[in-house]
Design a protein around this ligand. Sequence first.
Ligand code: URA
Length: 187
Amino acid sequence: VEQLEGLKKTIKSIRNCELKRSAINMAFSDGNTNSKIMLIGEGPGAQEDQLGLPFVGRAGKLLDKMLKSINLDRKTVYITNVVNYRPPKNRRPTDQEIQRYYPFLKSHIEIINPKILMLFGSTALNAIIGNEKVISKVRGKWIRKKIGNCDPYIIASFHPAFLMRQPNQKKLAWIDLKMIREKIKKI
Ligand code: URA
């Protein structure tokens, strides 16, 4: 908890950041700091910015349902985003912004030290695994990659906001969720 407070302070002291300048609040994280399951989205939206919490808007409601379908909830997982301040007009964070926030994200992962890391959408996938990957190709498979001193099972899947626009992809997201359900039994 102390380390997380330190990280929050470090992020709050970021300078010359367009995201921070236009945001109301930092949306740092939600959930259980002792969880072995960490979820990473893209960045706060309007409601997240208002409340200072990740995934509390429409996409968050769908995320809650997705978690519930595999017997998880906000008390049993830990949730954050690639960037902690809302991008203006909900634009995608730029590559430069993703790179600037990556050291914070990496520290965040090292502090939580999850056994399972779930990446929602291409921004989280690109930040953690690399720019050349696309969700449709890498989803449905476990990826192993060390992030600092953390060596989690990583799975990337569609972002809940994408699933709201493309509900026909929910069947694939369900496969990914079931993979997590099975992996939890083994960790
Ligand atoms: N979308 C995200 O990626 N993160 C949030 O916190 C909310 C919506």
